[in-house]
Design a binder for this molecule. Structure first.
Ligand code: AMP
Length: 409
């Protein structure tokens, strides 16, 4: 299947070529013709699947240029500022040939430049729910001419407590519009929301191009918690660790770790929700350009970040939500590339490890030889795992029920 087969016009095909995509990803193959056909879409797809271009390309193609004062005709809602900025960039990339104007609207930065952009007139707004509502309440934004509405990462909106804001915003949209909802998972609340905001939607599903579990080399380092820093430095001294995304459990630990690494002359930046938008953007730009080799992040900060060619993801702390593990390591295998994921596991994190292995349905291999190996080693761990408590079995059954529900959504 090629982009030519997806009913894209010559302007869009030219843009795709210029951007350098040689063939469409599965979500693009499945979604683009339906969107061009005017259908509502529920897309079960994660970041990394190419879902942004799956809606950006057809929307740009379908928007007719307007002369004079431009009403906002496209609204995309995203849960985080970084994701909103990235989607806005994609509109910039693919909308360059047409005279479409677009703006990203998010909090954490002054509102005046955003208000100025809105006053000049924009066709496309990509926004986080909080700032969008602020600007709506101040009368800077009207949504009564929206033709296309995209709700991106709907499940994350729910996790982050934005679902009521989202519903309030949707009430202000015209009933007659084309709606696209994307979500990595389909919990009940999102299924209910889909039913209420979509009309006869087509369901499209696609895993990220590189399914994390299969294409990422994953390993576990058993280590005492006090040795984690030394172990990280040891790994970072390997020249293969070119661009490394490190995850910690808390903002505080992310900051401390970045400081420690800098002291050890390993250029590192931390990125998390407490940092100003300017600091986050700078840290991200430094990492993307290769000036800093290490980015230390928390889960929320890293969600949806589009960072190409991360060589390693290192779980400095294992996440206590097993699904987060899959999201985290997915950062190292974007759009078909393979990657490496290392996880540090101290004695208190073994329970998280067991849950992760249950979720991905395979044991993660253990690095036997390393200088900071903790006292309890692999064979003991396997013995422990074989005595998996009944609770885990119940959880497994629950999970498989949940995921089959998700699939039928
Ligand atoms: P997304 O899931 O939209 O966040 O996209 C993940 C990454 O894949 C981004 O870096 C995109 O630029 C890239 N990408 C999207 N579509 C394609 C494609 N057809 N071929 C190669 N890369 C792509």
């Amino acid at each position: 299947m090629t982009f030519h087969d997806l009913q894209l016009n010559s302007a869009m095909l030219g843009a795709v070529k210029r951007v350098g995509y040689s063939e469409p990803t599965p979500i693009q193959v499945r979604a683009i013709p339906h969107i061009l056909g005017g259908r509502d879409i529920v897309g079960c797809a994660e970041t990394g699947s190419g879902k942004t271009a799956a809606f950006v390309l057809p929307i740009v193609q379908m928007l007719e240029p307007v002369r004079g004062k431009k009403p906002i005709r496209v609204l995309v809602l995203a849960p985080t500022r970084e994701l909103a900025a990235q989607i806005d960039e994609e509109f910039g990339k693919f909308g360059r040939e047409s005279s479409l104007r677009h703006a990203a609207i998010f909090g954490g930065v002054g509102q005046q430049p955003q208000v100025n952009a809105l006053r000049r007139g924009v066709d496309i707004v990509v926004a986080t729910p909080g700032r969008l509502q602020d600007l709506m309440n101040q009368g800077f934004i009207r949504l009564d001419k929206i033709e296309f509405f995209v709700l991106d990462e709907a499940d994350r909106m729910l996790d982050m407590g934005f679902i009521h804001d989202v519903k309030r915003i949707i009430k202000r949209l015209p009933k007659l519009r084309q709606t696209m909802l994307f979500s990595a998972t389909m919990p009940q609340a999102i299924q209910d929301l889909s039913r209420s905001i979509l009309t006869d939607p087509v369901k499209v599903e696609a895993n990220p191009q590189a399914t994390p579990v299969e294409s990422i080399a994953q390993s576990i380092y058993f280590v005492e918690s006090g040795d984690k820093r030394a172990l990280l430095k040891h790994i970072l001294h390997d020249p293969a660790s070119e661009r490394v995304l490190v995850f910690t459990r808390t903002k505080h630990r992310a900051n401390n770790l970045a400081k420690q690494l800098n002291r050890a002359r390993i250029p590192a930046e931390a990125i998390h929700g407490n940092k100003s938008q300017t600091a986050r953007t700078r840290a991200l730009a430094q990492f993307k350009s290769g000036r800093t080799a290490v980015l230390v992040a928390t889960d929320i900060a890293a969600r949806g970040l589009d960072i190409e060619s991360v060589t390693h993801v290192i779980n400095f702390d294992l996440p206590n939500i097993p699904e987060s593990y899959v999201h985290r390591i997915g950062r190292t295998a974007r759009a078909g590339a393979s990657g490496i994921a290392y996880s540090f596991c101290d004695v208190d994190e073994r329970k998280y490890l067991r849950e992760i292995e249950e979720l991905i349905r395979k044991p993660i291999s253990v690095v036997a030889e390393h200088p900071y190996r903790s006292a309890i080693d692999a064979p003991q761990r396997l013995a422990q795992a074989s005595k998996a408590p009944r609770k885990n079995r119940r959880r497994r059954a629950w999970r498989s029920r949940q995921s089959s529900r998700g699939r039928s959504a």
